[in-house]
Design a protein around this ligand. Structure first.
Ligand code: ADP
Ligand code: ZN
Length: 218
């Protein structure tokens, strides 16, 4: 049976998850803007801050201050730069932060804060990525957003990694350092991850490749 709608009394955690281009940053900004309208004290953090984003992220508070995203590389930096009076703490690109962000988010929610985290929940293989699965499990609310598959127009739930324009192999590193790779949003059916050991890949529930289960994508 479905319970009553979630009606928070203290703090809580919200996660905005999904593929690249699914509108996570847009949704995070929308929530931050509305919190500002509600006269909450809001702080925004972002890992991998780029100039384009800081230009985009212009939220003006009611007293004329503008809220800017604070660049961070670790959960510790979030903790260090935290304004103890902030009522809403938002973190974009949370997938690049370490495990500490999950503990920090819980501690803040326990102390009555609203914590909003946006991040990519799967890696280029379509597997759970970094800290996001744990954050999603700890959160009171999770929204999973979709992009549009660039090949077929269906809702996209996968990050397609391309190297020199071709699908990257399963065993390429999860995070490529200084790489020349690019990414596309794709649906499950259009997502391709070539795997050398595909012939030996063990499929669940006794399925075989003859059952039409696409093992190259696994
Ligand atoms: P995210 O934070 O999830 O990466 P953003 O909020 O930065 O997403 O960007 C979402 C915007 O990206 C969309 O509003 C749209 O204008 C644009 N966009 C580019 N490619 C796509 C795509 N394949 N599917 C959906 N939106 C796309
Ligand atoms: Zn598709």
């Amino acid at each position: 049976m479905m319970g009553a709608p979630f009606q928070p009394t203290g703090g809580w955690i919200e996660v905005i998850a999904g593929v690249m281009f699914s509108g996570k940053s847009e949704e995070l900004m929308r929530r931050v803007r509305r919190a500002v309208i509600a006269r909450k004290r809001v702080q925004v953090f972002k890992s991998h801050l780029d100039a384009r984003y800081s230009g985009l992220f212009a939220v003006s508070s009611h007293d004329g201050r503008s809220i800017e995203a604070i660049p961070v590389d670790s959960a510790e930096q979030v903790a260090q730069r935290l304004d103890p009076t902030a009522q809403v703490v938002a973190v974009d690109e949370a997938q690049f932060l370490d495990e500490g962000i999950a503990d920090l988010a819980s501690a803040l929610a326990d102390r009555g804060r609203r914590v909003i985290l946006a991040g990519i929940d799967t890696d280029f293989r379509g597997e759970p990525f970094g800290i996001m699965p744990r954050l999603m499990a700890q959160a009171e609310m999770v929204d999973k957003l979709h992009a549009i598959c660039v090949l077929c127009g269906a809702p996209a739930s996968r990050n397609q990694r391309l190297i020199a324009g071709r699908p990257a192999a399963w065993d390429s590193p999860t995070i490529m350092v200084g790489g020349t790779e690019s990414y596309e949003a794709r649906c499950r059916a259009c997502h391709v991850v070539p795997r050398e050991d595909a012939a030996q890949a063990v499929l669940p529930f006794g399925l075989t490749s003859a059952d039409g289960v696409k093992i190259s994508g696994r």
